[in-house]
Design a protein around this ligand. Structure first.
Ligand SMILES: N[C@@H](CCC(=O)N[C@@H](CS)C(=O)NCC(=O)O)C(=O)O
Length: 209
């Protein structure tokens, strides 16, 4: 199995889940701007929309789109708790929150990564959009739940963590949402998260020093 990724991008959610599962997998860094992978392959021939993540299975199938890849990975280990069983209301709840993370939260951060510097009013508008979605997560966590669906860490938490972690890169202060801040810091400490962030060069490899 191979994950095509870009350091720190949304593909890190799948990377985290692969590490949560203790799966053997290959990683291939991708330059989405040039449409080339690290080994020189034409990335558009692998992933027609040209964006990460793309997961190549051992049978050569390529799966794209975060919610699809994350559920595919979780279903590989039904006992892991990373996804609730198919056909249950809990699974629908997972899909509900994955769609929220994908189409609302993730896309609210997108203006900051468009490659064009935002002017003051565009920045204000984009920040208001992020604030609304982060506020929704704060309200979810307000009943004392540890993760988005309750006590169990799921693939949706891996994805939400990766997106919320971009706040630091764009200097969006999460302080008004203390439950979200704690949630992000709780997930940051997971061994699979540390392993993935280290492999993607986002944090220093402690073993190397
Ligand atoms: N709908 C896609 C969006 C994926 C996406 O936005 N990927 C970004 C990184 S977070 C990307 O590769 N952008 C580079 C580009 O579009 O050229 C999904 O959920 O997988």
């Amino acid at each position: 199995m191979k994950l095509y990724y870009k350091p720190g991008a949304c593909s890190m959610a799948s990377h985290i889940v692969l590490n949560e599962l203790g799966q053997n997998f290959d990683l291939e860094k991708t330059d989405t701007k040039r449409g080339k992978t690290e080994s020189g392959a034409n990335f558009r021939e692998i992933s027609p929309n040209g964006y990460v993540p793309a997961l190549q299975t051992d049978t050569g199938e390529v799966i794209t789109e975060n919610p699809a890849i994350l559920q595919f990975l979780g279903d590989m280990a039904p006992d892991s708790g990373l996804v609730p069983a198919n056909g249950t209301l809990e699974r629908t709840r997972l899909q509900e929150i994955l769609n929220f993370v994908s189409s609302e939260l993730h896309k609210a951060y997108s203006p900051f990564f468009s490659g064009t510097k935002l002017n003051a009013s565009a920045k204000e508008l984009a920040e208001a959009g992020i604030a609304r979605r982060v506020g929704f997560i704060e309200s979810k966590l307000s009943d004392g739940r540890v993760f988005l669906l309750g006590a169990q860490f799921t693939v949706a938490d891996a994805y939400a963590f990766v997106v919320l972690n971009w706040s630091g890169f764009i200097e969006f202060d999460l302080q008004p949402w203390p439950l979200v801040q704690d949630y992000v810091e709780r997930i940051r400490k997971r061994p699979a998260v540390i392993q993935s962030m280290t492999a993607e060069g986002l944090i220093e490899d402690r073993k190397a020093s």
